[in-house]
Design a protein around this ligand. Structure first.
Ligand SMILES: Cc1cc2nc3c(=O)[nH]c(=O)nc-3n(C[C@H](O)[C@H](O)[C@H](O)COP(=O)(O)OP(=O)(O)OC[C@H]3O[C@@H](n4cnc5c(N)ncnc54)[C@H](O)[C@@H]3O)c2cc1C
Length: 300
């Protein structure tokens, strides 16, 4: 650990596979885990004044990071985990690094309804807003009131109301603008039955772990579902489950998951993604758009 500036620490040449759920990823030139918003803001300011590219990783549960040396700073938000729940109003204030399963359990314990489905998503609140994470018809955007952001170009810090954010299926404008998410305000229906909420939360987690390969490294659904169809179903219909490239395998449990059996690298995974896309396009005439974010590739 090298101290480059007062008040916060960087590590150099950090292996990012330790920070992604698929256990794949190259090295970050600089890496830092701020403990709160102020430290995060200082890091963004440092990157800005030193002309360093700055990237964010939350829980790394929706990222394919190339096995290369990534120049610049990678900020991991997982230590920014302050959360304030006001039981009687249903207002929740969560820093970007709060984990969804932690929040889901806390909501249930406080009698707040509407977050039971988030328990099985191993990502952070910041990552979930950026991805507009969801399940069925539900998505975190539905519960969002506002987001506090920092503009990495102007260093301006401000709040954006949900009505001014154009969320779509697994899409938010944060995927192409210069804004990093610091924290969020959410609303969940207060005064629910705590026992029932805890029970539903538990059941939801059980259902996820029974139908998806939670026991192996993955990054959740690889592709977005095309209109009126399911990526997993299309992949399964073509008999692709179990197909392997190196140690990367299309899960035998769920067609839209790629798992890392042990030492898969980013090329194995990208090649498998490409094979799936080609086969589904040839046989079904549908182009599967990845949901997973590709970092360090020449990928749109
Ligand atoms: C087993 C498993 C099950 C899953 N199930 C679901 C599911 O049911 N539904 C679903 O929608 N997803 C699911 N996912 C995918 C994933 O968990 C979600 O997309 C999650 O919201 C990503 O959060 P993260 O913190 O891991 O983001 P990361 O993977 O760390 O980052 C994703 C993107 O968000 C950006 N980002 C992260 N934090 C910030 C921030 N603070 N400011 C700006 N940009 C930021 C990153 O730069 C990156 O581009 C699953 C994944 C796994 C492994």
């Amino acid at each position: 650990m090298k101290k480059l500036m007062e008040n916060f620490n960087f590590q150099e040449k950090v292996l990012l596979s330790n920070y992604t759920t698929i256990k794949v990823g190259g090295f970050a030139e600089y890496f830092s885990r701020p403990n709160n918003k102020d430290e995060f803001i200082n890091l963004i300011k440092w990157a800005h004044s030193n002309n360093q590219e700055c990237r964010i990783i939350g829980a790394g549960s929706n990222m394919l990071i190339n096995n290369i040396f990534l120049k610049g700073l990678m900020i991991c938000t997982k230590n920014m985990k302050s959360i304030k729940i006001t039981s009687n109003t249903g207002i929740v204030e969560a820093e970007a690094g709060v984990m969804l399963p932690t929040m889901s359990n806390l909501l249930a314990k406080n009698g707040l309804q509407g977050g039971e489905w988030t328990v099985g998503i191993p990502g952070t609140v910041g990552g979930a807003i950026y991805m507009n994470a969801g399940s069925g018809n539900l998505s975190l955007a539905k519960n969002l009131l506002s987001v506090q952001v920092i503009d990495t170009k102007t260093l301006e810090i401000y709040e954006i109301e949900k009505k001014d954010i154009n969320f779509e299926y697994r899409f938010s404008p944060f995927q192409y603008n210069n804004l990093m998410i610091l924290s969020s305000k959410l609303f969940f229906e207060p005064k629910g039955n705590i026992e029932q909420l805890l029970e539903t939360t538990k059941k939801n987690l059980k259902k996820k772990t029974e139908t998806q390969p939670y026991h192996l490294p993955s990054f959740g659904s690889v592709f977005k579902n095309p209109n009126n169809n399911y990526a997993g179903k299309l992949i399964e219909e073509l008999g692709l489950k179990g197909l392997k490239i190196g140690d990367a395998e299309i899960s035998t449990m769920h067609g839209n998951f790629i798992v890392n059996n042990s030492s898969a690298n980013s090329k194995d995974i990208l090649d498998l993604i490409t094979v799936i896309q080609q086969k589904v396009l040839q046989k079904k005439g549908i182009f599967l758009q990845p949901e997973v974010r590709m970092i360090g590739f020449d990928y749109p």
